[in-house]
Write a protein that binds this ligand. Structure first.
Ligand code: 13P
Length: 256
């Protein structure tokens, strides 16, 4: 199965509009004239979306993502941003269920499920994040935790919508720690996640769904990770804050 690799920069709470502009100028000059075969995505903070759109101009090589969305349409939800508002910024993807949203802001599988459905109503493509803590892995609960996250997060999501959804497996213990899962650990877990998707959606759909790996991905480990058969791209935090390093992750990962 030929799945196009997708590399997404999750800037988290970094880079306001002016730093966004600087990054994009530098990144575009680096990729100019290069044919990059993989999908490239940048997820800035909400307040930098407009600047990202403006700085990318007519360049269609880079797609835009939001880091979160509301599960509601409109109304008295202070601090929230709706999917229709994101549509106005030409957003293509939206990250949903990141472990920081789960652990710091208490997002449950139910909330994440509602957000995925809301995103699809607005034709946004969810980047649906899952992942276990170290304690869950070490206590032998890895598969149980991931099966629950996938099954509950995707409850009622149609096959058609699933084909527009990317799954991001991010072991919590590997996020921002410098500790990456070994390529064997990552491949084994991705294969397991794909088997759960197969239980839910069948062989054909599950073989088409892209599963990104996230957690301390950097230029030095991207090739080995992306060479694994069930790893279809990366969701990158720290290493995507610098244009050269983001580009090297994409280049090294795409060459594998
Ligand atoms: P790091 O690449 O900084 O470990 O972050 C991973 C992540 O959480 C991306 O969403």
């Amino acid at each position: 199965m030929n799945r196009k690799l997708i590399f997404a920069a999750n800037w988290k709470m970094n880079k306001g509009p002016s730093e966004t502009e600087d990054f994009v100028k530098s990144f575009l000059s680096k990729i100019q004239g290069q044919s990059v075969n993989s999908e490239m995505v940048i997820a800035p903070p909400f307040v930098s979306l407009a600047k990202l759109v403006e700085a990318l101009g007519t360049n269609s090589q880079v797609q835009i993502a939001a880091q979160n969305c509301s599960q509601y349409d409109a109304g008295a939800y202070t601090g929230e941003v709706s999917v229709l508002m994101l549509r106005e910024f030409f957003v293509h993807y939206v990250i949903i269920g990141h472990s920081e949203r789960r652990s710091i802001y208490g997002e449950t599988d139910e909330v994440i499920n509602a957000k995925i459905k809301k995103a699809r109503e607005a034709n946004l493509k969810p980047i649906f994040c899952i992942g276990e803590t170290l304690e869950e892995r070490e206590s032998g609960n890895l598969e149980k935790v991931l099966r629950t996250q996938v099954t509950e997060g995707l409850k009622g999501v149609s096959e058609k919508d699933m084909l527009e959804t990317v799954v991001a497996y991010e072991p919590v213990w590997a996020i921002g720690t410098g500790v990456t899962a070994t390529s064997e650990q990552a491949q084994d877990t991705h294969a397991f996640v794909r088997s759960v998707l197969k239980d839910l959606y069948g062989e054909d759909v599950s073989s088409k769904i892209r599963i990104q790996y996230g957690g301390s991905v950097k230029p030095g480990n991207a090739a080995e990770l992306m060479a694994c058969p069930d790893i279809d791209g990366a969701l990158i935090g720290g290493a995507a804050l610098d244009p050269q390093s983001f580009l090297e992750v994409i280049q090294n990962g795409s060459a594998s």
